[in-house]
Design a binder for this molecule. Sequence first.
Ligand SMILES: NC(=O)c1ccc[n+]([C@@H]2O[C@H](COP(=O)([O-])OP(=O)(O)OC[C@H]3O[C@@H](n4cnc5c(N)ncnc54)[C@H](O)[C@@H]3O)[C@@H](O)[C@H]2O)c1
Length: 240
Amino acid sequence: MKSLGLENKVIFVTGGSRGIGAATVALLQGLGAQVAYTYTNVAHCPEDSYAIKADVSDGEAMETAAQQVEEKLGPVYGVVANAGITRDNFYAKLTPEDWDAVINVNLKGVNHTIKPFISRMYERSEGSIVCLTSISGERGNIGQTNYGATKAAVIGLVKCLAKEAARYGVRVNAIAPGFIDTSMTEAIPDKVRDKIITEIPLRRFGKPEEVAWAIAFLLSPVASSYISGEVVRVNGAYHT
Ligand SMILES: NC(=O)c1ccc[n+]([C@@H]2O[C@H](COP(=O)([O-])OP(=O)(O)OC[C@H]3O[C@@H](n4cnc5c(N)ncnc54)[C@H](O)[C@@H]3O)[C@@H](O)[C@H]2O)c1
């Protein structure tokens, strides 16, 4: 019987309470991993997972969360930097608050998520890091200059860190979803949604589970052991 080799691996997921994060937590548990995840408001905790209330924009809170996970579950093998927000508006109307909020969560938050684990992964010579970026960071999207800037920056971080981390046996990759049915895309008006769907060759939004499988693949020490510094697109052929 073949497997992804994630059984008993400790994996830390940020923003695991809903959407892509929740689907990832559930899938990884089903694949036998020990999963810890962060939430900000309500923990929808699948049985046996470990939920920690922590805001990714708070570096100290994330250091503490990392310590708590390793004390409770042991050395962390996998990190999924998933938490993210949008504060969409046309650039001319974008407030400094909305610019900063998105930078703090989507870019600084990714740094705060990875940093506490990286040296420990190097010491153990194993680990896989997966960061959520977006189609907006690659092909752009009206109303998302703040969001797209952070998602493009995350791709840069992933590509640079992948080169640094390779000598320690640690892999770093990104997932770039297109349009996925979660709370993040709920606010898209029906008219706009219908137009977007006509442009997506697979003619629908993706499901959170379809992104979760790609994340599991990139975490896997079996399935993706020679893949690092890569951006895997999950977008129904809605490419750049
Ligand atoms: N849904 C899409 O179409 C889509 C497309 C491309 C990329 N993404 C990316 O995928 C990731 C997950 O998005 P989603 O669609 O599941 O969104 P979502 O809004 O359903 O979930 C986002 C998660 O992030 C958490 N979060 C938000 N701010 C946080 C903070 N400050 N600290 C800790 N956690 C925080 C939320 O609690 C939630 O669990 C995000 O990084 C998003 O940018 C989503």
